[in-house]
Design a protein around this ligand. Structure first.
Ligand SMILES: Cc1ncc(COP(=O)(O)O)c(C=O)c1O
Length: 360
């Protein structure tokens, strides 16, 4: 029904569909690239103590968390902003650095949906360049820069393909980006990729038009707490503070993130499990003849050949209690994404997939 209050760009927006939850006795969810081990135990412990302080407003500048991040990564506190996840930060960057509908956010097809939704909900132009061989097409992106381009968004590793561009590719790319275009380098899965010596760690660059984002939602296991952070030039970070909701992240989220940062044992265990789980999945997919892409992250993109096959596969797995992510909303309709799990979850998923796939 038409309403005089709802502008077109909001009416036309498709609500965000999160990885599904199911009401079944045995359910395994490998759909949202979370950490199957749960939250960092150190974070959980710290939160128990912090709960009693929840009657107070949180520190709007998350000073403790900011200084821990600055110390850990040897960067300046004035160049860091913490907020309720990368998603919130993307929204604030668009809010702070664009101002009219023709202002364009340039990105790839087949990348993180959050950038599409945040662009469209603020009524900005979204330009998407096709993937090249399931990789971000950095040359193609450069060719599409126009005078309206305000922001370029790159996820590295990319979700849902799991692909990564190298330090050299990134530096060559940045040389060709005009100074009036801001680049967002989303490093949500950095911990998984950083052992690769060619990975371009965004925190090592101090460029006037680069903001790097990181999150506690993935390897740290804190997706439900909502904590992400941005690193960039002080000039830009101070503008983001003006548009950020003052009281985020919540108090317990800040406490959880501080403790998780120090939980190296948990990070090591997570990485070890990730490698083991993905190895088992890869072997299973190979045996079944399912094509997967090489990954630098905690998930795999399965290539099922057609939209219909991918949709049926996702649904049939769901009927059996295994929640996967069909990647049609990402612009890859023939794909299904699965993330690593505990060994028990991995075994359960392999059993279901081995039953379901041959029936397609
Ligand atoms: C590339 C990428 N960036 C950001 C996010 C979301 O991060 P957050 O939970 O911090 O909003 C995701 C989650 O799937 C992602 O894949």
């Amino acid at each position: 029904m038409e309403s005089p209050f709802i502008p077109n760009h909001i009416q036309n927006l498709k609500p965000y569909l999160a990885g599904k939850n199911l009401d079944k006795t045995k359910i395994v969810k490998l759909a949202s690239n979370e950490n199957s081990l749960g939250p960092s135990p150190k974070a959980l412990e710290a939160v128990q103590i912090a709960l009693k302080n929840s009657f107070r407003y949180p520190d709007p500048r998350a000073i403790k968390l900011v200084s821990k991040l600055a110390q850990k990564y040897k960067i300046q506190p004035s160049q860091i902003l913490c907020a309720s996840g990368t998603d919130a930060i993307l929204s604030y960057i668009i809010m702070a650095f664009t101002h009219q509908p023709q202002d364009e956010i340039l990105t790839s097809e087949g990348t993180f949906i959050g950038i599409y939704v945040n662009t469209l909900k603020q009524n900005r132009s979204l330009k998407r360049v096709a993937l090249h061989d399931f990789q971000l097409d950095l040359t193609g992106l450069l060719q599409q820069i126009s005078k309206n381009t305000k922001i370029i968004y790159l996820a590295n590793p990319n979700n849902p393909t799991g692909s990564m561009f190298t330090k050299k590719e990134f530096e060559d790319f940045m040389k060709h980006v005009p100074p009036y275009v801001l680049v967002i380098l989303d490093e949500a899965y950095e911990v998984y990729a950083s052992s690769n010596p060619t990975y371009p760690n965004g925190l090592t660059y101090d460029m006037p038009n680069l903001i790097t984002t990181r999150t506690f939602s993935k390897v740290y296991g804190l997706a439900g707490f909502r904590v992400g952070w941005a690193y960039g030039p002080q000039r830009l970070i101070s503008e983001l503070y003006k548009v950020k909701l003052p009281f985020e992240p919540s108090h317990i989220a800040q406490v959880a993130a501080c403790a998780a940062l120090e939980d190296q044992a948990f990070l090591d265990e997570t990485q070890k499990l990730n490698t083991a789980s993905l190895k088992l999945f890869q072997r299973c997919f190979q045996n079944l003849g399912i094509t997967t892409l090489e990954t630098t992250s905690n998930f795999l993109l399965l290539h099922l050949g057609s939209h219909q096959k991918a949709a049926t596969f996702t649904q049939k797995c769901l009927d059996q209690g295994l929640i996967l992510r069909h990647t049609d909303a990402f612009g890859i309709p023939e794909g299904v994404r699965i993330n690593s799990g505990t060994l028990e979850e991995t075994q359960f998923a392999i059993e279901i997939i081995s039953k379901v796939y041959p029936t397609l």
